[in-house]
Design a protein around this ligand. Structure first.
Ligand SMILES: [Zn+2]
Length: 153
């Protein structure tokens, strides 16, 4: 039985570095993928550190079809991060088995991949229009033989 850490002081082993991090990862908050996405950022993208925007559905919020995407909360957060942290590259990650897509957006499992790719098209277009200086990189994560596989899409 572990001791309840509530109220205990904790100190990082990692040294704080007051330096810009030009990369941002936008990913889903699904905890099943959290460690794999962290590992992907570090070893797949080679990022020692990066900014993160972790929300249900990941970059899905960029593809909402209500005509005013930039006024939505997550979009305002994204634009703030891009500007305040001087982001140069945004990595948009979608993933298979996404509960947000299935439960909130009503996507059928068989259509999930094509729906997410279409949303990434729109997300990339909107992001490039809003902040042309930011390079957008698109990724899709799938589960294969018990491993998370992340590939460009
Ligand atoms: Zn998800």
């Amino acid at each position: 039985m572990s001791e309840d850490p509530a109220g205990a002081t904790w100190r990082s082993l990692t040294r704080f570095r007051d330096e810009p991090t030009p990369d941002l990862v936008v990913a889903c908050s699904d905890g099943r993928f959290a460690r794999a996405f962290e590992e992907f950022a570090q070893t797949g993208l080679g990022l020692d550190r990066c900014a993160r925007l972790v929300v249900p559905g990941g970059p899905a919020f960029l593809a909402v079809d209500d005509g005013d995407w930039a006024r939505r909360d997550h979009a305002r957060d994204l634009l703030f991060i891009l500007d305040a942290l001087r982001i140069e590259r945004a990595h948009l990650i979608q993933h298979d088995l996404c509960a947000y897509y299935q439960q909130v957006l009503g996507a059928e499992p068989a259509d999930l991949g094509s729906r997410q790719r279409a949303d990434l098209d729109l997300a990339e277009a909107r992001l490039c229009e809003a902040r042309p200086s930011v390079a957008v990189r698109r990724w899709r994560a799938t589960v294969e033989a018990g491993a998370v596989v992340v590939a460009p899409c």
